[in-house]
Design a protein. Structure first.
Length: 133
């Protein structure tokens, strides 16, 4: 986010990082060369969030900036996935996977006395190529 007017400028940056540990269940038939699959998982998301802001002065004089404290939270996470693999040879396979990931956390350390509830959702589609040993 950035705004300027009258020679003064202001900006803010929100940085978020998420890592997750998930336990998945998957249905994948192994008949033939084509292997469709579908699955779901539950787990924990380890999220870090930080907000920084700055204000520029007139003609480069004055201004300043800073960051709010970083807030690290552990929260519930869920995912669903689907796709297929195809065996090109007995060792080489390829396919496509689609994944939907969701987590929701309450952040209380960014702004004292204020609870921010932030939900994060991601939809990703990936192609993969693999080698069986």
């Amino acid at each position: 986010l950035s705004e300027s007017g009258g020679g003064v400028s202001a900006s803010a940056t929100l940085s978020r990082g998420t890592n997750a540990a998930m336990a998945d269940v998957e249905w994948r038939p192994r008949d033939g060369r084509f292997h469709p699959f579908v699955g779901a998982g539950l787990g924990a998301a380890f999220t870090s969030i930080n907000i920084s802001a700055g204000i520029g002065g007139i003609g480069g004089i004055g201004g300043g900036g800073g960051s709010l404290p970083t807030d690290n939270e552990v929260s519930f996470a869920a995912q669903g996935f689907f796709g297929f693999d195809y065996d090109f040879t007995s060792n080489l396979y390829g396919g496509v996977t689609g994944t939907f990931f969701y987590t929701d956390a309450d952040y209380t350390k960014l702004i004292p006395g204020v609870k921010l509830n932030i939900a994060y959702q991601e939809l990703a589609v990936m192609a993969h190529l693999g080698w069986k040993f």
